[in-house]
Design a protein around this ligand. Structure first.
Ligand SMILES: [Mn+2]
Length: 304
């Protein structure tokens, strides 16, 4: 069985096409899916939009003082194949299975395989997060999002994008931890749960202190829902929420993560057609560039 759809253009010079995950390297993988989206669909076109506009971005980040052409090769695995039955859950499970076929024999921790997934609605993070939880018994899951995503299923979908953090928690072991920032929408029950479990950080100052205090060898996975950003900056997302963060706040967080052991990340919920100006996809591609660079650290507190 062919696990990946190939033929996509390289997103970034000098990103290289690959048919299997490359050890010790950043591996980009697209997961274009919006089968459980409840409000406005279109996230299935996110990966293609990011790849298209990324070709026109500078490869140098003045924020991190790193250049994509200098940090060593990284790879693009193409897109995960979702089913085409029209049954959201069945189609999603097909991609979950494809990712399992691709990675079941890998030990992400031992082999240093790093994934950077491009969504797609937030439910696709489940494929990656559950694998990371298996391979890193002390994983910290960092969740940047407008929404708590802690519902126990939503509108009939067990694996709904509105329930995705809850579905990841199903796989948490005693050494795993969740930390959330940017959350400004959810039910009273979700907010009570976050308060009781101490997962939600209310201010950037508080959240920064938490990240700064992490041991440099603590593995961190970042799941970034682009509606973390204020819709004034990034309107091209299915469920926008006023009162969000800006790009420079994100950069402050990335600079902290650069000194930590960032082992994987996903960037989800870009729905390019919702923003006819095209600014949202360019914004998202810039976010992705910063994360590729931040992922190039060796987990020792240094980069390069
Ligand atoms: Mn969200």
């Amino acid at each position: 069985m062919d696990t990946l759809l190939h033929g996509t253009k390289n997103p970034y010079y000098p990103g290289l096409p690959a048919t299997s995950p490359q050890p010790g390297r950043v591996n980009i993988i697209g997961a274009g899916f919006d089968g459980t989206a409840c409000f406005r669909k279109g996230a299935r076109f996110g990966p293609a939009a990011i790849r298209r506009v990324a070709e026109d971005l500078e490869t140098y980040s003045p924020y991190l003082d790193l250049d994509l052409t200098e940090v060593g090769p990284f790879y693009d695995l193409g897109d995960l194949p979702f089913g085409a039955s029209g049954d959201g859950e069945a189609d999603w499970l097909a991609a979950d299975e494809a990712f399992a076929v691709l990675t079941d024999s890998l030990d992400l921790a031992g082999q240093g395989v790093k994934f950077l997934a491009l969504g797609g609605e937030h439910s696709i993070s489940y494929f990656f997060v559950t694998k990371y939880l298996r391979d890193f018994p002390d994983l910290l899951l960092l969740h940047l999002d407008a929404h708590a995503d802690l519902r126990d299923g939503y509108l009939g979908h067990h694996y709904s994008h509105a329930a995705i953090i809850r579905r990841c928690l199903d796989h948490f072991g005693p050494g795993h931890r969740l930390a959330q920032f940017g959350i400004r929408s959810g039910t009273r029950e979700e907010f009570t749960w976050m308060r009781e479990n101490g997962t939600r950080y209310d201010s950037l100052a508080e959240f920064s202190l938490f990240v700064e205090a992490l041991p440099p060898d603590r593995p961190v996975y970042l799941t970034l829902d682009l509606d973390f950003f204020d819709p004034a900056f990034l309107p091209g997302t299915g469920t926008p929420e006023a009162g969000g963060e800006d790009f420079l706040t994100f950069i402050k967080i990335v600079k902290l993560l650069q000194t930590k052991k960032l082992v994987g990340a996903d960037v989800v919920e870009l729905a390019p057609a919702i923003d006819p100006t095209g600014n949202s996809e360019v914004f998202a591609a810039k976010v992705v560039r910063e994360l590729i660079l931040a992922l190039h650290g060796e987990g020792t507190g240094h980069v390069g």
